[in-house]
Design a protein around this ligand. Structure first.
Ligand code: B1M
Length: 221
């Protein structure tokens, strides 16, 4: 589909003027929002990441691409989160301490809201203590953490360890995700689940929320 390639190319070029129009055009052509996201916007961002890795482009180019990504996401957001089902419970999400990457985390939030979860988004650069304190005070069943840097991944373990220390492990479930994170890493640090992408994150969170309910909710209940 040529239009998806054009979206990816505009995003690569950091053209936040063109991306919204092309995104609308793809939707008007009948392409599903999730396909526009995966094969247009995310495909373009993957190329940006690779070019950045091999020093073909530099940080300002990546920032422009991120701006273009958000311009496209603004169009898709209402369509990705329009399920309108009854609340399935509360989920606290954030990018871990030291990590400013928030595009993937925001997509997870959009999709979770679409699936009927109440999402408390703590933003980026979130300390382990804050994840746990907010989950407790907001009576959340699940904590979702995103990390894009290998150097920030250990904060995910800090959260799991803190939950164990406070005897909340199992009552507040954890899910992790982000490009350098894996199912194996989730097992290694004792997280309850791993989401490869935002769609899988929703499926895993549904399972976790159901399991947390069976255990009688969180600390506040
Ligand atoms: Co940065 N960056 N960056 N960057 N950046 C990466 C991550 C990098 C891989 C690029 C590269 O070298 N190829 C590299 C990390 C290397 C490493 O750690 N091994 C890197 C680096 C080095 C850096 C800096 C250190 C650069 C510097 O300053 N010299 C710096 C660090 C800043 C910081 O965080 N402290 C930095 C800065 C930035 C920008 C600010 C310019 C910008 C971020 C803007 C923003 O987020 N608002 C940026 C970007 C855009 C990227 C790349 C190009 C794209 C990331 C992205 O948004 N992808 C990235 C390269 C790459 O990943 N290929 C790169 C699209 C997004 C939809 O994917 O976030 O993976 P992603 O989310 C996916 C899944 O992972 C999953 O769902 C989403 C898809 O559905 N997912 C979850 C994500 N979170 C989840 C949580 C879940 C479940 C699934 O459950 C809770």
């Amino acid at each position: 589909m040529e239009i998806l390639q054009r979206i990816a190319q505009s995003l690569e070029a950091g053209d936040d003027g063109d991306v919204p129009g092309l995104t609308r055009q793809a939707l008007a052509e009948g392409i599903a929002p999730k396909v526009v996201l995966d094969q247009g916007l995310i495909a373009g961002m993957n190329v940006v990441g690779e070019k950045f890795r091999v020093h073909e482009i530099f940080l300002p180019d990546v920032l422009l691409a991120a701006k273009a990504m958000y311009a496209g996401m603004d169009i898709l957001k209402p369509l990705l989160s329009s399920a309108g089902v009854a609340s399935r419970g509360r989920v606290v999400i954030g990018s871990v301490q030291g990590d400013l990457h928030d595009i993937g985390k925001n997509l997870v939030g959009i999709m979770l809201r679409g699936a009927g979860f109440e999402v408390v988004d703590l933003g980026n650069d979130v300390a382990a203590e804050k994840f746990v304190a907010e989950a407790k005070s907001r009576d959340a069943r699940v904590i979702g953490m995103s990390a894009l840097l290998t150097t920030t991944m250990p904060v995910m373990k800090e959260v799991v360890d803190l939950l164990k220390k406070e005897n909340l492990h199992g009552r507040i479930k954890t899910i992790i995700g982000g490009a350098p994170v894996s199912r194996e890493y989730a097992g290694e640090i004792g997280a309850d689940a791993y989401g490869y992408d935002c769609a899988q994150a929703v499926e895993r969170v549904k399972e976790l929320a159901a399991a947390a309910s069976l255990r009688g909710g969180t600390a506040a209940s």
